[in-house]
Design a binder for this molecule. Structure first.
Ligand SMILES: Nc1ncnc2c1ncn2[C@@H]1O[C@H](COP(=O)(O)OP(=O)(O)O)[C@@H](O)[C@H]1O
Ligand SMILES: [Mg+2]
Length: 154
């Protein structure tokens, strides 16, 4: 990882603005203003995380994506919530495993390889963060990840 200091508001506002340009048919909503704090991150890698999560949200049926960035204690928490097909209960524990693809997703023409979320998890953990997913099948999915705040001297 090649980490540099960035301002969280500038970074995430730009990322979500670019996502809106890439997916004009999808509505991106921001739940709250993005907090303005320092993060020490690998810019390109965290952009890759957001691109993978947003690509999934759209690919698996999302037409409305709500993003929320909050400062909680010693970290920043990023939520990406879609209104797509959702994830079956039995699939949920496996989605971060390399090459896992949900039953419904395997039958899709726009086939992925099933490594997107494994890479996402690897990158988040390499930043000292965590990622989890919650979903209501048929209603949508929500991916939540954390990034530790930058503390002086680190
Ligand atoms: N936003 C989402 N909505 C519904 N299902 C999802 C979503 N994101 C991931 N999944 C499920 O998790 C599986 C693994 O995701 P991923 O690793 O990105 O692989 P891929 O997209 O190539 O199938 C997908 O096949 C799909 O079943
Ligand atoms: Mg994917």
């Amino acid at each position: 990882m090649d980490k540099t200091l960035v301002n969280s508001r500038e970074f995430f506002e730009e990322a979500f603005h670019n996502a809106q340009l890439d997916y004009r048919e999808v509505e991106f909503e921001s739940a709250d203003p993005v907090p303005s704090i320092s993060l020490k991150i690998d810019n390109g890698r965290i952009k890759q995380v957001l691109a993978n999560l947003i690509d999934n949200a759209v690919k698996y049926g999302g037409t409305n994506i709500i993003v929320k960035v909050e400062k909680l204690g010693g970290y920043l928490q990023i939520n990406i919530k879609d209104n797509g097909q959702g994830i079956e209960k039995e699939d949920l524990p496996s989605i971060f495993n390399p090459f896992f693809r949900g039953e419904k997703s395997r039958s899709r023409e726009s086939g992925g390889t099933g490594i997107g979320l494994a890479i996402v998890k690897y990158i988040i953990e390499a930043h000292g963060g965590e990622i989890r997913a919650v979903s209501k099948p048929g209603k949508g999915s929500e991916f939540v990840f954390t990034l530790p705040l930058y503390l002086k001297g680190e």
